[in-house]
Design a protein around this ligand. Structure first.
Ligand code: CO
Length: 234
């Protein structure tokens, strides 16, 4: 993998081959940031005030900051295999609670990506080991929408399931006690569903932007319909 390193005052590319390179890269990055933006790190010490929370897949090809051009301090990130939000997962829920109640983020985006290994394993019943139990949550999504998935061309099903999974996990964020309480208090925070294309680096808005408990249901229906309609033979 190519990486950037500080060399003679300029960033150039090199290949990372061992752990030592990561420290070399880190020192170069810190040096460059301080050079370009004197005081950058000292201003970060004071506090983080991100407006965005990103809930994405752990996949190494989907890094929240790089994709959105956001800097340290600008996006609060939670990632797991398959960008899954489980009602009882204290890890994800704690991150959401901290983001909403302490940091007062204004946007939470659930971001899936095409070609997701977790989604493909779920779709094809591929056994990968312990993670099968986690991926089971994506299979629940597949099973819920099975008639719709079965009705579309086979080549489209994986991408469709990526989108359906985002929509379902976004709903799981919306119905959490954290979001229910935040919206009941009139807090300004929206939940979005997005999908990322590894092949061109672009984000797609799945038109699932929820800003109140009352709007979950109609937006959910419309978003699901849109996934299906976009794949109808014309
Ligand atoms: Co993935």
């Amino acid at each position: 993998m190519p990486c950037r390193t500080y060399h003679a005052g300029k960033l150039t590319h090199m290949t990372i081959s061992n752990i030592k390179d990561l420290f070399t890269h880190n020192r170069a990055w810190a040096e460059q940031m301080e050079h370009e933006r004197p005081g950058f790190f000292t201003s970060l010490i004071k506090q983080q005030t991100p407006k965005f929370m990103w809930i994405g897949c752990s996949d190494s090809r989907v890094p929240a900051n790089q994709i959105t051009g956001l800097e340290p301090g600008e996006v609060f990130v939670h990632r797991n295999v398959g960008n899954i939000v489980v009602h009882s997962d204290l890890n994800t829920l704690s991150a959401i609670q901290y983001a909403v109640e302490m940091l007062k983020v204004e946007h939470i985006m659930v971001v899936g990506h095409y070609g997701c290994g977790g989604v493909m394993a779920a779709l094809g019943n591929v056994r990968v080991g312990l993670a099968d139990n986690w991926i089971r949550h994506i299979q629940d999504v597949r099973n819920r929408h099975r008639p719709l998935l079965d009705a579309m061309p086979e080549a489209q099903r994986a991408d469709a399931l990526v989108e359906l999974n985002v929509i379902e996990q976004a709903v799981n964020v919306c119905v959490s006690t954290v979001m229910t309480d935040a919206w009941a208090k009139g807090q300004n925070v929206k939940v979005h569903g997005w999908a990322f294309s590894v092949h061109d680096g672009l984000l797609q808005d799945l038109k699932m932007t929820v800003d109140s408990t009352a709007s979950i249901e109609p937006l959910y229906r419309a978003a699901i319909d849109s996934v299906i309609d976009s794949r109808k033979p014309r």
